[in-house]
Every structure is written in structure tokens, then in C-alpha cells.
Design a protein around this ligand. Sequence first.
Ligand SMILES: N[C@@H](CCC(=O)N[C@@H](CS)C(=O)NCC(=O)O)C(=O)O
Length: 202
Amino acid sequence: MKLYDSKIAPNPRRVRIFLAEKGISVPTVPIDLAKAENRKPEFLAKNPFGGIPLLELDDGTCIAETVAICRYFERTQPEPPLMGVGAKGEAVVEMWQRRMELEVAFPIMQVFRNTHDFFKGRIPQVPEFGEVCRGAVTKRLAWLDEHLAGSSFVAGDDFTIADITALCGIDFGKPTGIRIAPESKHLARWYEAVSSRPSASA
Ligand SMILES: N[C@@H](CCC(=O)N[C@@H](CS)C(=O)NCC(=O)O)C(=O)O
């Protein structure tokens, strides 16, 4: 098995943190996004959308999509559970994971994709859209701060994939100036807790 990876991209980091929390080690294949290695025909044959992370199993099965890869490892090694336990637990974690992905990480990534020089000439950028997303991110982070006033972690009492998604999204905001507002004390408390876990440096 091998994991196609990049140290500079947020989605592969989500998988690395997930694996570190479970104590799983998987050989990695570094992909140079700056050189668009993920857009070469060999890679597109494995994932037609060209995105990483990508998990290639020993039988040749290629699993793209961060959450699908995490789901694979949650099934093959359930402990510690990072995607909830039981019908209610799994549904609650999935709800929060999707909220963190769609409402927090996605708009942060859109700020980067539409305003940062890295993507200039690489994809059609719409800077105005990037700025609309920046405004949405400010509101979403304030909302997350309120939520965390009553919750240790994003999905409740336990660290889960929802925390990983939120952490990687928020950290990816740094190159475009996205920061936790000084008044967001609960979000800052959570951020300190999750980013000081050993897995955060995976
Ligand atoms: N929905 C996919 C998104 C994958 C994705 O867009 N990955 C980024 C890195 S974080 C990428 O490969 N970007 C380079 C590109 O699209 O050319 C997932 O959840 O894994």
C-alpha cells in the first residue's frame, strides 16, 4: 500500500494526522504539486481529478478523497475511533466533519485558490470570489467559536476527524492572512489543544 502525499497541501495532512492518531504507518510517495506531478497522465490514470491524497492498495485499488481514505483505515483499525461509535455517534461525527469541510475548510481553500500567487496561471482565478469566501470564513470562525464554548472538541468530548479537518483548514488559511480573531477565546483554546497533539506535526 502507498499514500500519494504532499507536505504543503492540507488534504494529505488530514490523512497523515488521522494515521498518526491511530499509530498507523504507511509508505508515502511525495507528489510535487508545484511541478504539477499530479496532473501527469500516470497520476490521472489513478485519480482522474488529479487530487491528493490518494491511497493505492496492494491489489491496485486507488482510493481518492480524504474522508474515503480515512474511512478505510477506520474500518481496518477501529481503535482509537476517530469517526464516531454506533449509529448516533457516527452520524454526529459525520455531521461535524461535513460542516468543518464544507463550511470552514472549503471557503479557506477557495481564498487560497482564488487569491494566492501559487495558483496564478495554473487555474482561472476569481479574486472577488476569494474575497467573498474570506468574509464567509470570518463568520464561520465566529460561529465555531460559539460552538466550542460548550464543547471540548468539534464533535463533542472526543477528538475526531472533524477536529482534523478544522485544524488543517484553519492552518491552511495562514498564507492568505486568515487568523483566529483575538476575541475568539474558545476557538483559540481548542486550537491550542489540537495543534499541540503530537499528530499535528505528522
Ligand atoms: N476532495 C478531495 C480534494 C483533493 C484536493 O483538491 N487536493 C489538493 C491538495 S490539498 C490538490 O491535489 N491540489 C492540487 C490540484 O488540484 O492540482 C479530497 O478531499 O481529498
